[in-house]
Write a protein that binds this ligand. Structure first.
Ligand code: MGD
Ligand code: MGD
Ligand code: SF4
Ligand code: MO
Length: 730
């Protein structure tokens, strides 16, 4: 059960109670009428099944249990349960908004005027500066249909190379490492329901007790079955409290930690030699790297005591089967790809890959974090997880689109590089943004906000007036979740179907309709279906033969089968629940060791900035908070930002619980109340990133990028911490 020894104030107490209520009680009880609609939650990558009925006194639909859906078996967290609150007119956008002059106010406008302004602005920038001066920024929350058509819009209508999306900030390092090792990237190569049947599970830098509460059941069942749970996190989170062993490294220590475990597995003779010989290549390189990471050295780098390393290596190395899962903790670093590679190497050396109940997996994040990276809104990618640089892939997709392959642009800039270049002579000058709120969520957000302001034209499609939408020249209100059909692909690679349950308010239009209207105004009258199922059928053809092959998946099958796992190349193909059982997706069928070595972060603490800052999430807020900060019950549970710090550090700095503290990095400053807890390392402070304004964690973060995935270093930068009043008098 959840206990927080540090809870003193009533708000925190209520928060704890709400946590229990959220995970243990049933959704609001309303009888499902004949019109009940089976659908899925609008938020995270678990994509919990839910049934919509209603209306209720407070919302046009009520969330009901859907116990037959296998992933969450009826359980929902408070975000899912309260999602109908955002359907209400008073919290959302109900008509387009326009700004007549830079710095002037936003005013209401009709759709024709707003669309004409956008089309004219995009065309003007393209004519003056070339197509790459027009950019598109998407999101991993967009359905497959939206992501697919956004990518097509960028390449076919705008002709720009510069489209990327917020998934770059999410699981891109895991995706890159996954591909490097296995030739294919799907978050989990097996269903979540496999987890309780493994012998030892190492969860590296993930806090599902707050980020995917219904999935915690699988961790509990694992332990009930006699399996071992090891959690690696600089903080003793609610998830770490469930573990048999909690390793508490410094932020950025995960690469060395994985190599240290591999070192011990080799030294203890726990390598699965047969598996390594039959199904992998490159072990010699990995062994050489691991040999340089002996326990004392790893203890010095990570702060994890050598005896705990030995214990973890023994538990994992001797288990009959083992799984390693990573989440954002080890991934959001300038060495994220190599770090995930090192954890995969540990799996490969112990024979834990491509076999039942074993392997490496990444917990993806956003509702469509998986599908959103497969169908073409990523700078280097075409639908079906195809490379935009592969001539055969370009020819296939061009044929589906009815265009000459030569007209499809090459790879464009990655998300942060695109944002950093906004409004610069060689950068994007007109940006169409949908499904992200980078003014809060991008690294070095103060700088990114300046770049957004420097644009000639910023167009934002959203449900609400987010901090980024508030900067826009044109704001387009779009339909959401319960108001439209569409598919998403959950963290297991299961393609699921969200169903329309009610009509949107007058004045709100679907994203597919917006793209069709803009395409027509820009001279492409065909090829942009406004019905989601029609868009999906085109996506199926575009993906056919690619890695993420959806050709055999239809809306009818998804509904009948509780989702279908890709690849699914034909209608009579059952879909692929477990990948790699016969071979890996590399040319020779063997998995590849990464053979990487530890390196420091882009910015390590020093005299001027002596502490680590790491960042992450809380249960009752989602991402930039654009949605959840508008839901009263979630705000009551998580009312604002805070700085978590250890009692010893607090004492040394003279900071009392609840007192405002100033956190300063080389990029900026944030102020938020102290939350003192012995669950965090004394050399590290933590801030959640869900808020704008003075407590914005991303005012501080470092945009140093991973060389392969282009992931920013959200999980580590050097900071100075002091009482806010003392800082004022410096
Ligand atoms: N409530 C809620 N749920 C969400 C979301 C949300 O915003 N709110 N967002 C969704 C999305 S998009 C995502 S990506 C997922 C993210 O899901 P998680 O990855 O579970 O979430 P985070 O809190 O970002 O990070 C997890 C943990 O990493 C730890 N950590 C920090 N630095 C390091 C490090 O260097 N090494 C290690 N090993 N651990 C470290 C943090 O202390 C934190 O407990 O959640 C999804 N679900
Ligand atoms: N410091 C720090 N920063 C981080 C992270 C971290 O751990 N630490 N995590 C990073 C990660 S993993 C992620 S995923 C990003 C997420 O951060 P963001 O990309 O900002 O994601 P959201 O806050 O979910 O923003 C989504 C926006 O799209 C809107 N929206 C929702 N559905 C739709 C739709 O269908 N169409 C349109 N047009 N709009 C829609 C929402 O209202 C909201 O305004 O943050 C990253 N930033
Ligand atoms: S765990 Fe994720 S998908 Fe499930 S209800 Fe909560 S936010 Fe929605
Ligand atoms: Mo994410």
């Amino acid at each position: 059960m959840y206990r927080d020894r540090n809870i003193r104030d009533p708000v925190a107490k209520q928060r704890a109670a709400t946590f229990l209520g959220m995970t243990l009680t049933s959704p609001i009880a309303v009888a499902a009428g004949p019109a009940a609609t089976d659908t899925h939650c609008p938020y995270c990558s678990l994509q919990c099944g839910m049934r919509l009925g209603g209306p209720t006194a407070d919302a046009p639909v009520a969330v009901l249990e859907r116990p037959d859906f296998p992933v969450n078996r009826g359980a929902l967290c408070g975000k899912g349960r309260s999602a109908p609150a955002l359907l209400a007119r008073d919290v959302r956008l109900t008509g387009p908004l326009l700004r007549d002059r830079p710095g002037g106010p936003l005013r209401a406008a009709g759709w024709p005027e707003a669309l004409d302004r956008v089309a004219a602005g995009l065309a003007r920038t393209r004519a003056a500066y070339g197509p790459d001066a027009v950019g598109v920024f998407g999101g991993g929350g967009l359905t497959n249909e939206k992501a697919y058509l956004l990518g097509k819009f960028a390449r076919v209508v705008l002709g720009t190379a510069n489209i990327d999306y917020n998934g770059r900030f999410c699981m891109s390092s895991a995706a890159a490492a996954h591909r490097r090792a296995f030739g294919l990237d799907r978050g989990l190569p097996f269903p979540l329901a496999d987890l309780p049947h493994t012998g030892c599970l190492i969860l590296v830098g993930g806090n599902p007790a707050e980020t995917m509460p219904p999935a915690v059941r699988y961790l509990r069942e694992l332990r009930e079955n006699g399996g071992t749970l090891i959690v690696v996190d600089p903080r003793r989170t609610r998830t770490a409290e469930l573990a048999d062993l909690h390793l508490q490294p410094r932020p950025g220590g995960d690469l060395a930690l994985a190599l240290g475990l591999l070192h011990l597995v080799i030294a203890d003779g726990l390598v699965d030699e047969e598996f390594v010989a039959a199904r992998t290549t490159g072990f010699d390189g990995a062994r050489a790297s691991a040999m340089a990471h002996w326990p004392d050295r790893v203890e010095r780098i990570t702060g994890v005591p050598a005896h705990q390393l030995r214990e973890a290596a023994r538990l994992f190395g001797t288990a009959r089967t083992g799984i390693v899962l990573t989440a954002r903790g080890p991934e959001q670093h300038s060495k994220g790809t190599d770090t995930v590679g090192a954890w995969i190497d540990l799996c490969l050396a112990t024979g834990n890959a491509g076999r039942p109940y074993s392997g490496y997996g990444c917990l993806t994040g956003q509702g469509n974090g998986q599908g959103g990276r497969e169908h073409g809104q990523k700078a280097d990618q075409l639908p079906g997880y195809r490379s935009i640089e592969d001539p055969a892939a370009r020819a296939h997709v061009a044929a589906v689109w009815g265009v000459d392959p030569l007209t499809i642009p090459g790879p464009g800039k990655s998300a942060y590089e695109l944002l950093d270049g906004l409004g610069r002579p060689d950068g994007v000058r007109a940006l169409l943004l949908a499904g992200s709120n980078p003014a809060v969520s991008a690294p070095d957000a103060g700088h990114v906000t300046e770049r957004l302001r420097a644009l000639d034209l910023l167009v934002v499609a959203d449900l609400v007036l987010s901090e980024t939408a508030a900067l826009a020249d044109v704001v387009l209100p779009v339909t959401q979740w319960a108001e439209e059909d569409g598919t998403t692909t959950n963290l297991e690679g299961r393609v699921i179907l969200r169903r329309r349950a009610l009509d949107p308010p007058e004045g709100v239009r679907s994203e597919l309709w917006v793209l069709r209207e803009l395409a027509a105004r820009l001279g492409v009258p065909d090829g942009f279906p406004t019905e989601a199922e029609q868009a999906f059928d085109e996506l199926r053809r575009a993906s056919a033969g690619g890695d993420a092959d959806y050709a055999g998946i239809s809306y009818a099958r998804i509904a009948a089968e509780d989702g279908v796992f890709w690849p699914c190349p034909a209608e009579d193909h059952p879909g692929t629940r477990r990948l790699f059982l016969d071979r890996f997706a590399t040319p020779d069928g063997r998995a590849r060791f990464a053979a990487v070595t530890h390196r420091p972060a882009a910015e390590e603490p020093d005299d001027a900035y002596p502490l680590y800052l790491t960042t992450g999430r809380v249960l009752s807020q989602y991402q930039s908070g654009a949605q959840t900060r508008r839901v009263a019950e979630l705000n009551a549970a998580a009312p604002g930002p805070y700085v978590e710090l250890h009692p010893r550090l607090a004492e040394r700095l003279g900071i009392a619980d609840g007192e405002p503290v100033a956190v300063t990095s080389r990029r900026g400053r944030a102020v938020a109340p102290a939350r003192i807890t012995d669950g965090i390392r004394p050399d590290t402070v933590f801030m959640p990133f869900h808020w704008a304004g003075a407590g914005r964690a991303n005012s501080l973060t470092n945009p140093a990028l991973d060389p392969v995935s282009r992931m920013p270093e959200f999980k580590l930068c050097a900071v100075r911490v002091e009482p806010a009043h003392q800082e004022a008098s410096r």
